[in-house]
Design a protein around this ligand. Structure first.
Ligand code: AMP
Ligand code: GLY
Length: 426
C-alpha cells in the first residue's frame, strides 16, 4: 500500500525507518522529510502545516494511509480534513488535539476527569496576571496557552522574571496568539517521567517507557528544549507507578475525552511529575515524543503499521506490542546556540561511520547538492542499543564522536539518572 508520513524531525526519520521494514508498504512518501527520510522514503516538498496541499497530494497519489508525526497539522485539523474526504489517516482530530494545542483546555479536561495536576489559574488579560504575582507562592510556572515550540513555559522563583515573561507573552505577543492567554501554576518538585499510549478512543496500548532530557546543558541545567536526548526503558516508571498512571490518568482522561465529544485516537503522551511516589500531569502531547521515538522504535518489534491502522480504525484490542530487551539511548546533536539563535547550512561529516547497534537518525538536515547539511536546531539523534544502559550510552557516544560539523553541541550526560539508578544496589 501507499503511505504518506507527515513531518521532518528525528521522530519522523525514526518512523520512516521503522515503516520501511513493513512488508505491506509498497511506496512511502514523506512530507517534507529530511535528508534521513530521503534514504527510505520519497520526500515531497509540502510543509507539514499546509494541510490542504497534503490532501491534494494524497488524493492525486491515491495514498492508502497517512500518518501525522508533529502536533501543528493535528491542531489545524488535518485528520478531520482527510476523514471528511474519505481518506484514512492516523492521529487525533482537531478537537482531541486541543489537549496539546491549548493548556487551558487540557487543564479543564483534567479537572473534569479528576486527574491529579498542579493547581492553576487562567488569565486572559495582563493586569490580573501581573497582580496575581503579588500573592502567589514562588517558585511558580507560567505557561502560554497555545503551541510555542517548547518555549512557552517558564519555571521561576523570581517575580521580575515571571512578570517580564508574562508581559512578553501577553502584551508583546512573543508567541503570537498562542501566548495571549496564559496559565500560572503551582511548581511541582519531583522527578519527571513520560508515559505514551496508543489509543483507539476507548482502549489503549501502552508503549514501552521512555524518558527525555529537556534542558539544554549538562546536569539538567539551562533553558528548556524540545529534548536533548532520551532512553528506553525508563527505570523511573516502575510497575507500581505505571499502574497508577493507567488508573488515575490515562483511563479517566480517555473516557472523559470521549464523553466530551473529543474522542482521542492516536498517540497520547503524558508528561508527568512524580511527587512522593504519586504521578501528576504536567502536560499532554497528541503525538509521539521527539527524541523519545528514536529509542522507542529502536526497541519496537513487529510492524508499526499494524498499530497505527488499528488506532485509526478504532480498535486496538487485538494489538500486542513487543519490545527488545536491550536498552536504547538517543543523543541529540544540536546546532551551536540552540535553543536560541543558531546558523544553518554547515556540511555534516562522519554520517556513515556508525554501524552495528547504532544508527544516526536525522532531524534538522537537508540535502544540498548531494551533501548533507544542517537545517535546524536539533540536527541528529545518534541512537544505540545494548543489554545495559551503560553500554548503550557508551556506544551512542562513540558514534556521536565520529560526527563533525561546525558549532555542533551535545550533552555529555544523557541517561545519567538511569545509569546511577542501575548501579545502585536494589
Ligand atoms: P510542559 O510543556 O508543560 O511539559 O513544560 C515544560 C517543562 O517545564 C516540563 O518538562 C517541566 O520540566 C517544567 N514544568 C512544567 N510545569 C511544571 C510544574 N508545574 N512544576 C515544575 N516544573 C514544571
Ligand atoms: N521530547 C518532548 C516532546 O516531544 O515534547
Amino acid at each position: 500500500m501507499k503511505v504518506l508520513l507527515v513531518g521532518s524531525g528525528g521522530r519522523e526519520h525514526a518512523i520512516a525507518w521503522k515503516l520501511a521494514q513493513s512488508p505491506r508498504i509498497s511506496k512511502l512518501f514523506c512530507a517534507p522529510g529530511n535528508a534521513g527520510t530521503a534514504e527510505t522514503a520519497q520526500n515531497i516538498p509540502i510543509p507539514a502545516e499546509d494541510i490542504h496541499s497534503l490532501l491534494d497530494f494524497a488524493k492525486k497519489e491515491k495514498i492508502d494511509f497517512t500518518i501525522i508525526g508533529p502536533e501543528a497539522p493535528l491542531v489545524l485539523g488535518v485528520v478531520d480534513l482527510f476523514t471528511q474526504n474519505g481518506l484514512r489517516i492516523f492521529g487525533p482530530t482537531k478537537a482531541a488535539a486541543q489537549l496539546e494545542g491549548s493548556k487551558i483546555f487540557m487543564k479543564q479536561m483534567l479537572v473534569k476527569a479528576s486527574v491529579p495536576t498542579a493547581q492553576y489559574h487562567t488569565f486572559t488579560a495582563l493586569a490580573p496576571a501581573l497582580a496575581h504575582l503579588d500573592t502567589a507562592q514562588f517558585p511558580l510556572v507560567v505557561k502560554a496557552d497555545g503551541l510555542a515550540a517548547g518555549k512557552g513555559v517558564l519555571v521561576t522563583a523570581d517575580k521580575k522574571e515571571a512578570a517580564d515573561f508574562i508581559s512578553a507573552s501577553m502584551s508583546q505577543k512573543m508567541f503570537g496568539e498562542s501566548g495571549e492567554k496564559i496559565i500560572i501554576e503551582q511548581f511541582l518538585d519531583g522527578e519527571e517521567a513520560s508515559y505514551i499510549v496508543a489509543s483507539d478512543g476507548q482502549r489503549f496500548v501502552p508503549l514501552a517507557s521512555a524518558q527525555d532530557h529537556k534542558r539544554a546543558f549538562d546536569g539538567d541545567n539551562g533553558p528548556n528544549t524540545g529534548g536533548m536526548g532520551a532512553y528506553s526503558p525508563a527505570p523511573v516508571v516502575t510497575p507500581e507507578l505505571e499502574q497508577k498512571i493507567k488508573e488515575t490518568i490515562i483511563t479517566p482522561l480517555i473516557d472523559t475525552m470521549r464523553r466530551e465529544g473529543a474522542e482521542f485516537r492516536g498517540f497520547l503522551y503524558a508528561g508527568i511529575m512524580v511527587v512522593k511516589g504519586e504521578p501528576l500531569v504536567l502536560e499532554f502531547n497528541a503525538r509521539l515524543g521527539d527524541p523519545e521515538t528514536q529509542p522507542l522504535l529502536f526497541r519496537y518489534q513487529g510492524d508499526l503499521l499494524d498499530l497505527l491502522e488499528a488506532s485509526a480504525a478504532g480498535d486496538v484490542s487485538k494489538i500486542k506490542l513487543e519490545w527488545k530487551n536491550d536498552v536504547a539511548v538517543c543523543i541529540v546533536i544540536a546546532s551551536g546556540g540552540y535553543p536560541g539563535e543558531f546558523k544553518k547550512g554547515f556540511p555534516i561529516e562522519g554520517l556513515g561511520s556508525c554501524s552495528g547497534n547504532s544508527f544516526v537518525f536525522h532531524a534538522g538536515t537537508k540535502l544540498d547538492g548531494g551533501r548533507v547539511v544542517t537545517a535546524g536546531g536539533r540536527v541528529l539523534g545518534v541512537t544505540a542499543s545494548a543489554p545495559t544502559i551503560k553500554e548503550a550510552t557508551k556506544l551512542a557516544y562513540e558514534c556521536a564522536a565520529k560526527i563533525k560539523f561546525t558549532g555542533m553541541a551535545y550533552r555529555k550526560d544523557i541517561a545519567h539518572r538511569a545509569i546511577s539508578r542501575s548501579s545502585k544496589p536494589a
